[in-house]
Design a protein around this ligand. Structure first.
Ligand code: ATP
Ligand code: ZN
Length: 293
Protein backbone atom coordinates (compact mmCIF):
# COMPACT_ATOMS: atom_id res chain seq x y z
CA UNK A 1 0.00 0.00 0.00
CA UNK A 2 1.44 3.40 -0.92
CA UNK A 3 1.33 6.34 1.45
CA UNK A 4 0.35 9.75 0.09
CA UNK A 5 2.74 12.65 0.60
CA UNK A 6 0.41 14.40 3.06
CA UNK A 7 0.23 11.27 5.20
CA UNK A 8 3.96 11.14 4.93
CA UNK A 9 4.49 14.67 6.22
CA UNK A 10 2.04 14.09 9.07
CA UNK A 11 3.99 11.13 10.22
CA UNK A 12 5.79 11.80 13.46
CA UNK A 13 9.47 10.93 13.58
CA UNK A 14 10.98 9.74 16.83
CA UNK A 15 14.72 9.22 17.30
CA UNK A 16 15.83 6.55 19.74
CA UNK A 17 19.23 5.09 20.56
CA UNK A 18 20.27 2.41 18.10
CA UNK A 19 22.15 0.24 20.53
CA UNK A 20 22.96 0.99 24.11
CA UNK A 21 21.49 1.45 27.53
CA UNK A 22 18.43 3.35 26.32
CA UNK A 23 17.50 1.18 23.34
CA UNK A 24 15.58 -1.68 24.84
CA UNK A 25 13.49 0.44 27.22
CA UNK A 26 12.74 3.03 24.54
CA UNK A 27 11.40 0.34 22.23
CA UNK A 28 9.55 -1.32 25.10
CA UNK A 29 7.87 2.00 25.93
CA UNK A 30 6.65 2.37 22.34
CA UNK A 31 5.40 -1.19 22.44
CA UNK A 32 3.53 -0.58 25.69
CA UNK A 33 1.89 2.37 23.91
CA UNK A 34 0.49 -0.15 21.44
CA UNK A 35 2.89 0.81 18.63
CA UNK A 36 3.67 -2.13 16.35
CA UNK A 37 7.05 -2.09 14.65
CA UNK A 38 8.98 -4.77 12.87
CA UNK A 39 12.67 -4.01 12.99
CA UNK A 40 15.57 -5.77 11.44
CA UNK A 41 18.58 -5.60 13.75
CA UNK A 42 20.60 -3.30 11.50
CA UNK A 43 17.85 -1.01 10.29
CA UNK A 44 18.36 2.73 10.60
CA UNK A 45 14.65 3.41 10.44
CA UNK A 46 11.35 1.61 10.86
CA UNK A 47 7.69 2.47 10.39
CA UNK A 48 4.90 1.67 12.78
CA UNK A 49 2.16 -0.36 11.14
CA UNK A 50 -0.67 1.01 13.27
CA UNK A 51 0.31 4.62 14.07
CA UNK A 52 1.63 7.50 11.91
CA UNK A 53 5.11 7.11 13.34
CA UNK A 54 8.58 6.56 11.97
CA UNK A 55 11.42 5.46 14.23
CA UNK A 56 15.00 6.54 13.56
CA UNK A 57 17.77 4.55 15.23
CA UNK A 58 20.76 6.77 16.03
CA UNK A 59 23.70 7.20 18.37
CA UNK A 60 22.40 8.94 21.47
CA UNK A 61 24.92 11.79 21.11
CA UNK A 62 23.52 12.67 17.67
CA UNK A 63 19.87 12.75 18.71
CA UNK A 64 19.80 16.32 20.15
CA UNK A 65 21.11 17.76 16.89
CA UNK A 66 18.74 15.72 14.72
CA UNK A 67 15.78 16.86 16.82
CA UNK A 68 16.90 20.49 16.86
CA UNK A 69 17.27 20.42 13.06
CA UNK A 70 13.86 18.80 12.62
CA UNK A 71 15.18 15.62 11.00
CA UNK A 72 13.37 13.94 13.90
CA UNK A 73 10.49 15.65 15.72
CA UNK A 74 11.06 14.03 19.08
CA UNK A 75 13.69 11.87 20.70
CA UNK A 76 14.52 9.81 23.76
CA UNK A 77 17.90 10.56 25.36
CA UNK A 78 19.55 10.76 28.78
CA UNK A 79 19.11 14.11 30.52
CA UNK A 80 22.91 14.19 30.75
CA UNK A 81 23.19 14.19 26.95
CA UNK A 82 20.41 16.74 26.59
CA UNK A 83 22.15 19.18 28.94
CA UNK A 84 25.65 18.55 27.61
CA UNK A 85 24.69 19.16 24.00
CA UNK A 86 22.89 22.40 24.92
CA UNK A 87 20.60 22.32 21.88
CA UNK A 88 17.28 24.12 21.54
CA UNK A 89 15.00 21.32 22.66
CA UNK A 90 11.75 21.19 24.54
CA UNK A 91 11.86 18.87 27.55
CA UNK A 92 8.52 17.09 27.34
CA UNK A 93 8.71 14.51 30.09
CA UNK A 94 10.99 12.41 32.24
CA UNK A 95 10.58 8.73 31.48
CA UNK A 96 11.74 7.03 34.68
CA UNK A 97 14.35 4.66 33.23
CA UNK A 98 18.14 4.75 32.65
CA UNK A 99 18.55 6.42 36.01
CA UNK A 100 22.13 7.34 36.71
CA UNK A 101 24.19 10.22 38.04
CA UNK A 102 27.09 12.26 36.79
CA UNK A 103 29.61 12.24 39.61
CA UNK A 104 33.05 13.51 40.50
CA UNK A 105 35.47 10.83 41.69
CA UNK A 106 39.04 10.79 42.95
CA UNK A 107 41.59 8.01 43.61
CA UNK A 108 40.50 6.03 46.67
CA UNK A 109 43.44 7.01 48.87
CA UNK A 110 42.92 10.76 48.36
CA UNK A 111 42.00 12.93 51.34
CA UNK A 112 38.90 14.77 50.26
CA UNK A 113 37.00 17.38 52.29
CA UNK A 114 34.86 19.34 49.90
CA UNK A 115 34.55 20.50 46.32
CA UNK A 116 37.30 23.13 46.75
CA UNK A 117 39.63 20.10 46.49
CA UNK A 118 39.26 20.43 42.72
CA UNK A 119 40.70 23.97 42.64
CA UNK A 120 43.70 23.90 40.31
CA UNK A 121 43.26 20.17 39.62
CA UNK A 122 42.88 18.39 36.27
CA UNK A 123 39.58 16.54 35.76
CA UNK A 124 38.89 14.17 32.88
CA UNK A 125 35.30 13.99 31.61
CA UNK A 126 33.07 13.54 28.57
CA UNK A 127 30.80 16.24 30.03
CA UNK A 128 32.86 19.47 29.90
CA UNK A 129 29.82 21.74 29.58
CA UNK A 130 27.85 20.38 32.55
CA UNK A 131 31.00 20.14 34.68
CA UNK A 132 32.15 23.64 33.69
CA UNK A 133 28.79 25.07 34.79
CA UNK A 134 28.91 23.09 38.04
CA UNK A 135 32.41 24.34 38.91
CA UNK A 136 31.43 27.89 38.02
CA UNK A 137 28.49 27.72 40.40
CA UNK A 138 30.75 26.32 43.14
CA UNK A 139 33.50 28.89 42.44
CA UNK A 140 36.00 26.17 41.65
CA UNK A 141 38.75 26.82 39.16
CA UNK A 142 39.67 23.44 37.70
CA UNK A 143 41.24 22.35 34.44
CA UNK A 144 38.68 20.28 32.52
CA UNK A 145 40.06 17.72 30.07
CA UNK A 146 37.59 16.41 27.53
CA UNK A 147 37.92 12.66 26.88
CA UNK A 148 35.33 10.77 24.87
CA UNK A 149 35.73 7.30 26.37
CA UNK A 150 37.28 5.31 29.26
CA UNK A 151 37.38 8.39 31.43
CA UNK A 152 37.87 6.29 34.57
CA UNK A 153 41.44 5.32 33.69
CA UNK A 154 42.66 8.94 33.42
CA UNK A 155 44.00 9.24 37.01
CA UNK A 156 45.89 5.93 36.88
CA UNK A 157 47.75 6.99 33.72
CA UNK A 158 48.60 10.38 35.21
CA UNK A 159 46.29 12.40 33.01
CA UNK A 160 44.18 13.90 35.78
CA UNK A 161 43.63 14.05 39.54
CA UNK A 162 39.93 13.31 39.23
CA UNK A 163 37.17 12.27 36.85
CA UNK A 164 33.58 13.25 36.24
CA UNK A 165 31.62 10.37 34.79
CA UNK A 166 28.28 8.55 34.66
CA UNK A 167 27.72 6.25 37.62
CA UNK A 168 24.87 3.93 38.45
CA UNK A 169 26.07 1.26 40.89
CA UNK A 170 29.57 2.67 41.31
CA UNK A 171 31.23 -0.67 40.47
CA UNK A 172 33.19 0.75 37.50
CA UNK A 173 34.65 3.46 39.72
CA UNK A 174 35.48 0.91 42.39
CA UNK A 175 37.24 -1.44 40.00
CA UNK A 176 39.36 1.49 38.81
CA UNK A 177 40.41 2.44 42.34
CA UNK A 178 38.22 5.55 42.46
CA UNK A 179 35.74 6.86 45.03
CA UNK A 180 32.72 9.00 44.29
CA UNK A 181 32.85 12.36 46.10
CA UNK A 182 30.22 14.67 44.56
CA UNK A 183 27.04 14.26 42.53
CA UNK A 184 27.03 16.82 39.73
CA UNK A 185 23.74 15.79 38.12
CA UNK A 186 21.00 13.20 38.54
CA UNK A 187 19.82 11.89 35.21
CA UNK A 188 17.19 9.66 33.65
CA UNK A 189 15.81 9.12 30.16
CA UNK A 190 13.79 12.06 28.88
CA UNK A 191 11.49 12.74 25.96
CA UNK A 192 12.58 15.85 24.07
CA UNK A 193 10.95 17.61 21.12
CA UNK A 194 11.72 20.13 18.47
CA UNK A 195 9.89 23.24 19.76
CA UNK A 196 8.62 24.22 16.31
CA UNK A 197 6.63 21.35 14.85
CA UNK A 198 2.86 21.64 14.84
CA UNK A 199 -0.32 20.85 12.94
CA UNK A 200 -1.36 17.27 12.35
CA UNK A 201 2.02 16.01 13.48
CA UNK A 202 1.66 17.75 16.86
CA UNK A 203 -1.75 16.13 17.23
CA UNK A 204 -0.22 12.73 16.58
CA UNK A 205 2.47 13.54 19.10
CA UNK A 206 -0.09 14.56 21.73
CA UNK A 207 -1.78 11.21 21.15
CA UNK A 208 1.47 9.32 21.63
CA UNK A 209 2.35 11.40 24.69
CA UNK A 210 -1.03 10.65 26.24
CA UNK A 211 -0.33 6.95 25.81
CA UNK A 212 3.19 7.28 27.22
CA UNK A 213 1.92 9.11 30.26
CA UNK A 214 -0.74 6.47 30.84
CA UNK A 215 1.93 3.77 30.68
CA UNK A 216 4.17 5.72 33.08
CA UNK A 217 1.32 6.24 35.52
CA UNK A 218 0.38 2.58 35.46
CA UNK A 219 3.98 1.54 36.07
CA UNK A 220 4.18 3.90 39.01
CA UNK A 221 0.87 3.02 40.60
CA UNK A 222 -0.47 -0.14 42.17
CA UNK A 223 -4.00 -1.37 42.66
CA UNK A 224 -4.60 -2.28 46.27
CA UNK A 225 -7.35 -4.33 47.92
CA UNK A 226 -7.76 -4.73 51.66
CA UNK A 227 -10.22 -5.80 54.30
CA UNK A 228 -11.29 -3.20 56.84
CA UNK A 229 -13.38 -3.51 59.97
CA UNK A 230 -16.28 -1.06 59.56
CA UNK A 231 -15.41 0.54 62.88
CA UNK A 232 -12.00 1.58 61.52
CA UNK A 233 -13.04 2.45 57.98
CA UNK A 234 -12.72 6.22 58.35
CA UNK A 235 -9.17 5.95 59.68
CA UNK A 236 -8.20 3.61 56.85
CA UNK A 237 -9.74 5.80 54.15
CA UNK A 238 -7.86 8.78 55.56
CA UNK A 239 -4.60 7.02 54.61
CA UNK A 240 -5.78 6.45 51.03
CA UNK A 241 -6.06 9.45 48.73
CA UNK A 242 -7.05 7.25 45.74
CA UNK A 243 -7.88 8.61 42.31
CA UNK A 244 -11.17 10.07 43.42
CA UNK A 245 -12.33 8.01 46.35
CA UNK A 246 -11.85 4.35 47.18
CA UNK A 247 -14.38 1.70 46.22
CA UNK A 248 -16.00 0.09 49.27
CA UNK A 249 -17.65 -3.32 48.89
CA UNK A 250 -19.60 -5.36 51.42
CA UNK A 251 -18.24 -8.68 52.70
CA UNK A 252 -20.11 -11.75 53.94
CA UNK A 253 -19.15 -10.76 57.48
CA UNK A 254 -21.20 -7.61 58.02
CA UNK A 255 -18.67 -6.04 60.36
CA UNK A 256 -16.10 -5.90 57.55
CA UNK A 257 -15.81 -4.30 54.11
CA UNK A 258 -13.39 -4.63 51.22
CA UNK A 259 -11.63 -1.42 50.12
CA UNK A 260 -10.14 -1.02 46.60
CA UNK A 261 -7.98 1.86 45.46
CA UNK A 262 -4.81 2.94 43.63
CA UNK A 263 -1.66 4.00 45.45
CA UNK A 264 1.53 5.60 44.25
CA UNK A 265 4.76 3.69 44.52
CA UNK A 266 6.77 6.69 45.73
CA UNK A 267 5.46 6.33 49.25
CA UNK A 268 4.24 2.76 48.93
CA UNK A 269 5.64 1.23 52.11
CA UNK A 270 4.73 4.21 54.29
CA UNK A 271 1.13 3.78 53.10
CA UNK A 272 1.16 0.04 53.79
CA UNK A 273 2.52 0.63 57.31
CA UNK A 274 -0.09 3.30 57.97
CA UNK A 275 -2.88 1.03 56.66
CA UNK A 276 -1.86 -1.82 58.93
CA UNK A 277 -1.65 0.52 61.89
CA UNK A 278 -5.13 1.80 61.08
CA UNK A 279 -6.50 -1.78 61.22
CA UNK A 280 -6.38 -2.99 57.59
CA UNK A 281 -5.95 -6.73 57.02
CA UNK A 282 -5.47 -9.06 54.03
CA UNK A 283 -3.76 -6.40 51.92
CA UNK A 284 -3.36 -7.41 48.26
CA UNK A 285 -1.25 -5.36 45.83
CA UNK A 286 -1.78 -5.79 42.08
CA UNK A 287 0.14 -4.24 39.16
CA UNK A 288 -1.85 -2.04 36.80
CA UNK A 289 -1.76 -2.82 33.09
CA UNK A 290 -2.91 0.62 31.85
CA UNK A 291 -4.16 3.69 33.62
CA UNK A 292 -6.37 6.11 31.69
CA UNK A 293 -7.39 9.20 33.61
P1 ATP B 1 26.10 5.45 21.74
O1 ATP B 1 26.79 4.35 21.04
O2 ATP B 1 24.65 5.56 21.30
O3 ATP B 1 26.80 6.76 21.68
P2 ATP B 1 26.83 5.46 24.57
O4 ATP B 1 27.91 4.48 24.82
O5 ATP B 1 27.15 6.91 24.50
O6 ATP B 1 26.00 5.00 23.27
P3 ATP B 1 25.24 4.26 26.72
O7 ATP B 1 26.32 3.75 27.55
O8 ATP B 1 24.38 3.28 25.97
O9 ATP B 1 25.72 5.40 25.70
O10 ATP B 1 24.32 5.15 27.64
C1 ATP B 1 23.22 5.86 27.15
C2 ATP B 1 22.61 6.67 28.28
O11 ATP B 1 22.17 5.79 29.30
C3 ATP B 1 23.59 7.63 28.97
O12 ATP B 1 23.69 8.86 28.31
C4 ATP B 1 22.95 7.78 30.34
O13 ATP B 1 21.89 8.70 30.31
C5 ATP B 1 22.38 6.39 30.58
N1 ATP B 1 23.36 5.56 31.32
C6 ATP B 1 24.68 5.45 31.13
N2 ATP B 1 25.26 4.62 31.96
C7 ATP B 1 24.29 4.14 32.73
C8 ATP B 1 24.25 3.20 33.77
N3 ATP B 1 25.33 2.59 34.21
N4 ATP B 1 23.05 2.93 34.30
C9 ATP B 1 21.95 3.51 33.87
N5 ATP B 1 21.93 4.42 32.88
C10 ATP B 1 23.06 4.74 32.31
ZN1 ZN C 1 26.78 8.12 23.12
Amino acid sequence: MSISSSENSNRLKIAIQKSGRLSEKSLALLKECGIQITTSPNALRAEASNFPLEILFLRDDDIPEYVQDGVADVGIIGENVMLEKGKKLELIDKLGFAKCRLSLAVPRGTTYDDVSFFDGKRIATSYPKILGEYFKEKNVNAEIHMISGSVEIAPSIGLSEGVCDIVSSGSTLLSNGLKEVETVLKSEAVLVANPDFNGEKRKNFEKLLFRMQSVRRSNKNKYILLNAPKSKLDAIIAVLPGLKSPTIMPLANEDWVSVHTVINEDDFWEKIDALQEAGAEGILVIPIEKMIV
